[in-house]
Design a protein. Structure first.
Ligand code: HEC
Length: 303
């Protein structure tokens, strides 16, 4: 096993412990919670399933997530997963505030194909059932559920999901894992012009490798915007790297009205990078308006 995967294995065994305690149904009958590529650990189905995340031609989309939500309103959300060679399908989705707490509440409206399990911190995870994997079905699958927005004053919500376009051989090999996330902001009269959510493929940044951090930028406005993404590191001692300016960007991204677009931040981790757990701070904005919105998460540099 290459050292590259060692931290992931540690997480996988931690997940296995949680599973034993919470008696979560395994595995094609429902993955463990905490695998929706969501806060705080951003773990996904590759904790057990083979494959490099987001590397196949699979596509995972979250439709029906409101760009701007009305507090207390209910929305129907559809998770769709497509891929050209897969024959069996699975997913897991969450709605969280930027600190990782539960945002609003999900309602299972299709209990044959979907189920809801509570994970750490009472976060709700909606995922496939065994029947809901549709064994032997080509091209794709989708799952539908309702989400009721939180009460007024809650603010930004991030929906995160991980999907498995599987080969239907009842194992964890040869499957294709894809992550997705979308932000939603409360309709409170002060909606930022754009929202940003980071969804790292892994929170372990390995020396001598290029670390990939997909970022989703959502345009909350009714007109298209030319936006910019930048990122910097906040070290445990409070200082920034670099001390002025940005480690990544500004990278331009033009986003249509109400749409979400992906930008992948790629950061080569130098061989001498200190082995610390700093924060990555990601901002979206324009030179004229400055930063409109940010997302931040803790990551760990590993040898
Ligand atoms: C803790 C380990 C673990 C994690 C994490 C995990 N799985 Fe699995 N999964 C398994 C095992 C083991 C199997 C094979 C046994 C079985 O089919 O029940 C499996 C099988 C599957 C299958 C059927 C595969 C096939 O080819 O027949 C699907 C679909 C699936 N998982 C979806 C998911 C999704 C979606 C996630 C992430 C949200 C996920 N799994 C995360 C362990 C895991």
């Amino acid at each position: 096993m290459s050292p590259r995967f060692r931290p992931l294995v540690l997480i996988a065994s931690a997940a296995a412990l949680t599973v034993a305690v919470e008696a979560t149904p395994l595995f094609s009958s429902g993955p463990p919670t905490g695998m929706a590529s969501n806060r705080p650990n951003y773990a996904n189905c590759t904790q057990c399933h083979s494959g490099i995340v987001n590397s196949s031609n699979a596509s995972l989309t979250l439709s029906g997530v409101p760009v701007v939500y009305t507090p207390g309103a209910t929305y129907t959300i559809t998770v769709s997963l497509t891929q050209s060679t897969a024959m069996r399908w699975g997913f897991e989705i969450v709605a969280q505030d930027p600190a990782g707490g539960q945002a609003g509440s999900f309602t299972v409206t299709d209990p044959n194909n979907t189920q809801l399990l509570l994970g750490a911190g009472s976060v709700e995870y909606v995922m496939h059932t065994d029947v809901g994997t549709k064994p032997g079905t080509p091209n794709g699958n989708s799952w539908t559920m309702d989400w009721t927005a939180p009460a007024a004053g809650f603010g930004k919500v991030v929906f995160a999901a991980s999907g498995n376009a599987a080969n239907d051989i009842f194992t964890t090999t040869g499957d294709k894992i894809t992550n997705a996330c979308v932000s939603s902001e409360e309709d409170d009269g002060s909606v930022p012009l754009a929202l940003v959510a980071a969804q790292p493929n892994t929170i372990y940044a390995q020396r001598n490798f290029t670390w990939l951090v997909p970022v989703r930028v959502t345009n909350t406005q009714a007109f298209s915007q030319n936006l910019f993404v930048v990122a910097r590191i906040k070290l445990p001692n409070g200082s920034y790297y670099p001390s002025t300016g940005w480690l990544y960007g500004p990278t331009a991204v033009s986003v249509n009205a109400g749409a979400t677009k992906s930008v992948t931040i790629s950061l080569p981790i130098p061989s001498g990078a200190p082995l610390v757990s700093p924060k990555l701070e990601v901002f979206v904005g324009t030179p004229a308006a400055g930063a409109m919105n940010q997302d931040t998460f803790v990551f760990t540099v590993v040898p």
